[in-house]
Design a protein around this ligand. Structure first.
Ligand code: ATP
Ligand code: MG
Length: 561
């Protein structure tokens, strides 16, 4: 589906309406505003694709703005990771901005509000203020400090800024309406004292502006025309507008906040705070653990930027929250890798097969197509010899007609090689099959064009020559949580639903063409799934992550519905 063919989402309808009413197209401007308090996750990908997608659609600038107003939780590491992830997703921001760039301007505006009688310093404790908040049906109680003189407010606010007060002693509040039906309008806090070092402004400031005061004014400074955020901010819109009303005194673009639904993915959690817990409590090995729903985790797992963008496009933008099945994301990566990932052979659960009529000490290199979906992908050579591995699951002494793999007395084709027939097998003292003896048909070589090679046999197996195989550590992942929606249970912490078997590590035996595989290379292990070379790979050890299996559970879900 091309960008222009896709039907407009409701946010695009809003923009189109604005354009129709005379808003100049060249003044459209967007931003993606992450708080650098963690790594980006797949939910953020939706917001990134939305904002940068609008930028591309309307040829409008999109800023990357770090919403860095809480020094207690924010770090440079997160800033760097966020930039890396947005770039990796394939987007280019117009300018890199920080809310902290505007601390002085925000302070000056706050002073202006005090002078206008629209803000005051409250010297109550947060507990006292909480008791005065009222409820949605009951008005709040006005602070005894609400009618402080402008001079006193200015002096106290100046003192807050100069570091004269400890944390919690005073806050600056907007003077709006303690009986507003919107609780957020009941004299919201604009500034608090925090004696914390900021990752960019260091110790320049010891008062920090609150989100509501910062966000709209930052949008205005950057001349963002449409400020798109998630639904939990819908009630904040009135405050966003009130703050803008106080400072916008010119004809420049007045930003407009609009909300869309947060995206939730099944079998995981999409909240930086919760993901931080998984990292801190050692449930996963860092933010980029391949089981994490972070962009960096998905990258390490083998997801492509295209697959994540297609995922975001397919689920689109909604007005109501719902749960997106993770198999839809898996469908997208499978779909993309099917087109681009080279096919290779690797065996993860080996069973030795001896081809008794193949001469000992002999080997041959067979031509193997790299990708049947891509003619330009060419081919490679894979070695064949008398002793090979196949998967344990691919052999049974006896099985019914539906078992199209190897069984005694029956034939299968070895992918890119010959037809073999199982003649006997050897067991250990416990009755486990440890070796299968087969005969091969020398005239049946794949692609040779002989009558024997064209013979139809039901099953095709992947295999590797034991002598030539290279060993790799292969990490097989399963869902991180056993529950579809682990953080929605009232009486249970999401950590109770951790899947204890989300990681299984096995030794894989791979065809030798993979010897020079590079970190982040993605391949299809035929019949097994898509795999990606992990950064833990070293000259001594090759490490693969399973991105996703070949089976398409999403298609089945769709068929059912
Ligand atoms: P988290 O709870 O994970 O920290 P957040 O909303 O606090 O999420 P921000 O860094 O403030 O994270 O988010 C940057 C932008 O991404 C915001 O506009 C936010 O609305 C959007 N966003 C965050 N999570 C999602 C999500 N799950 N789906 C869609 N958009 C999201
Ligand atoms: Mg946040």
């Amino acid at each position: 589906m091309s960008e222009s063919e896709r039907s407009l989402n409701f946010l695009e309808h809003i923009i189109e309406e604005d354009l129709k009413n005379g808003f100049p197209k060249d003044q459209l401007r967007f931003r993606f505003p992450p708080e650098p308090n963690g790594y980006l996750h797949v939910g953020h990908a939706s917001s990134i694709c939305l904002n940068f997608g609008l930028g591309l659609r309307y040829n409008a600038p999109v800023n990357l703005r770090f919403d860095d107003t809480n020094p207690a939780k924010e770090e440079q590491e997160y800033v760097d990771a966020i930039k890396r992830d947005v770039e990796w997703l394939g987007y280019e921001w117009s300018t890199e901005r920080y809310a902290s760039d505007y601390f002085q301007q925000l302070y000056d505006w706050a002073v202006f509000l005090i002078k206008e009688g629209k803000a005051y310093v409250d010297s109550q404790t947060s507990e006292e203020m909480a008791t005065q908040k009222g409820s949605p049906t009951e008005p709040g109680v006005e602070s005894p400090f609400r009618d402080r003189s402008v001079a006193e407010n200015l002096a106290l606010f100046e003192g807050m800024k100069s570091g004269d007060f400890e944390e919690g002693k005073h806050v600056l509040r907007a003077k709006i309406d303690m009986s507003s039906s919107n609780m957020l309008m009941r004299d919201p806090i604009m500034y608090r004292v925090l004696h914390k070092e900021h990752h960019r402004t260091n110790t320049d400031w010891c008062i920090y502006p609150m989100y509501d005061w910062t966000h709209g004014e930052s949008d205005y400074i950057e001349q963002v025309s449409h400020s798109l955020c998630t639904l939990e901010f819908a009630m904040h819109r009135e405050l966003y507008d009130w703050f803008l009303d106080q400072v916008v005194k010119d004809e420049k673009v007045r930003p407009k906040q609009r909300e869309f639904a947060r995206r939730n993915l099944s079998h995981t959690v999409v909240s930086k705070r919760k993901l931080l817990r998984l990292v801190e409590e050692g449930v996963v090995n860092g933010w980029d653990d391949p089981r994490m729903p972070t962009i960096s985790g998905l990258r390490r797992r083998g997801f492509t930027p295209e697959s994540i963008r297609n995922f975001a496009d397919t689920i689109g933008i909604a007005k109501r929250e719902n749960l997106i099945d993770v198999s839809l994301l898996e469908f997208q990566v499978r779909d993309h890798l099917n087109k681009v990932a080279p096919r290779v052979m690797g065996v993860l659960n080996p069973l030795k097969v001896v081809i008794t009529n193949y001469p000992e000490g002999e080997e041959e290199w067979l031509d193997a197509e790299n990708n049947p979906e891509d003619d330009s992908a060419g081919s490679r050579q894979v070695p064949f010899s008398r002793e090979i591995y196949i998967e344990k699951e691919d052999f049974r002494e006896e099985a019914n007609k539906k078992f199209f793999r190897l069984k005694l007395g029956k034939e299968v084709r070895l992918k890119n090689a010959y037809i073999i027939k199982a003649e006997s097998c050897t067991k250990d003292e416990n009755g486990n099959i440890i070796e299968v003896q087969c005969a091969y048909d020398p005239k049946s070589k794949s692609g040779s064009g002989t009558e024997e090679s064209l013979r139809k046999v039901k099953g095709t197996l992947h295999w590797v020559s034991i002598e030539h195989a290279i060993e790799a550590e292969v990490r097989l992942y399963d869902r991180l949580f056993t529950d579809e929606s682990p953080d929605t249970h009232k009486d249970k912490d999401f950590m109770e639903f951790i899947n204890p078997d989300s990681l299984q590590v096995v030794t894989g035996y791979l065809e030798p063409s993979l010897k020079n595989a590079q970190i982040e290379d993605r391949v299809q292990f035929q019949r097994l799934g898509y795999f990606c070379v992990d950064p833990d790979t070293s000259p001594e050890k090759l490490v693969f992550n399973r991105t996703v299996g070949l089976r398409d559970s999403w298609a089945k879900i769709q068929q059912k519905s």
